[in-house]
Write a protein that binds this ligand. Structure first.
Ligand SMILES: [Mg+2]
Length: 322
């Protein structure tokens, strides 16, 4: 454990450095010696030290200056200062300025050196471990966020087309009814159904059928405003919710989509009964045709079947008593 921990010993007295180095090497640390503060800082530029044990009274640069520079440049490095018994005040000042501990010289008990060094190194190790854990935690949090987004998408998106799914749409409709009631606004529901989809599937296979649904979904997405919602209602049936849109305007949107689909060069459309891919559309309006979810859906759905019954490729508005 101690091998990866580098210790720098700084003292202008050779004998002091020798004692410290011996004790620390016996404990298994790798030790580098510097004869003054300037040299110590030079060494630190080239190598990372977990712990610096520095004398206070040295020529050129005092131990307190060395301490200040280390704390500023290498905040993770711990510092133990060495001072004489006579200058306890200096030791206290050093602690105030971020030293981890102090040792008195001459050294009466070598075990004290060993104990102080090991405590300081243990602190470095704990800080590093903590940092490592925090980083891992951050990474995990990011992963969790990603999973949550995916789950959220799975819960409200249709797997094939990427549009909102039936379940999300039902909830959104409740919300929109509530919102429109409160703001005394209108909105329209547009139901769309792909004409002769079974024929397309039977002719080209289900894979191509799926591609057709995806292309249609892309057209629908392009045809609406950001405030509108488009969902796959089920099978080849789609629904739009057009915010703040009266029926007459919804008809214009519906007509535009109907024409876009009719003229779009879908693959294999020539084999369809009319030689093209078409949709039938039914529209209902809040609050004109109903003020609750089921009646709005029923009206739009029935209008859509009327469009089918009258020859398909049409837009029908729900009208009461029809
Ligand atoms: Mg000295």
């Amino acid at each position: 454990m101690a091998e990866d921990m580098q210790i720098l010993v700084v003292d202008d007295e050779n004998s002091v450095r020798t004692v410290l180095t011996q004790v620390l090497q016996e404990d298994g640390f790798a030790v580098t010696e510097a004869v003054n503060g300037r040299q110590a800082l030079e060494f630190m530029e080239k190598q990372t030290f977990s712990l610096v044990i520095t004398d206070i009274v040295m020529p050129k640069m005092t131990g307190l200056e060395v301490l200040a520079k280390i704390k500023r440049r290498y905040p993770e490095t711990q510092v133990i200062i060495i001072t004489s018994h006579a200058s306890l005040e200096t030791a206290i000042a050093a602690l105030k300025h971020g030293a981890y501990d102090y040792l008195f010289k001459p050294f009466n008990d070598l075990d004290l050196i060993s104990a102080a060094a090991n405590r300081a190194v243990e602190k470095v190790r704990l800080i590093a471990k903590n940092k490592d854990l925090l980083e891992k935690l951050k990474k995990k949090n990011k992963e969790l966020e990603k999973v949550n987004t995916t789950l959220k998408n799975l819960a409200c998106r249709d797997g094939l087309t990427g549009l909102f799914n039936h379940r999300y749409f039902q909830e959104y409709l409740i919300f929109e009814i509530y919102r429109s009631k409160r703001n005394k606004e209108t909105f329209s529901l547009v139901f769309l159904d792909l004409d002769f989809f079974k024929h397309y599937n039977d002719t080209h296979g289900q894979l191509e059928g799926d591609k057709l649904l995806r292309s249609l979904a892309a057209i629908l997405k392009k045809s609406i405003r950001k405030s509108d919602v488009v969902a796959r209602y089920g099978g080849e049936e789609f629904v739009l919710l057009l915010q703040s849109t009266p029926k007459a305007n919804a008809r214009i949107v519906g007509e535009k989509i109907r024409r876009n689909v009719e003229s779009y060069p879908f693959k294999g459309r020539e084999t369809q009964p009319r030689g093209k891919v078409t949709i039938s559309i039914g529209i209902s309006n809040f609050p004109e045709d109903g003020a609750d979810r089921s009646s709005l859906i029923q009206c739009a759905d029935e209008a859509m079947y009327q469009a089918k019954d009258s020859g398909r490729n049409k837009v029908y508005l729900w009208a009461a008593g029809q």
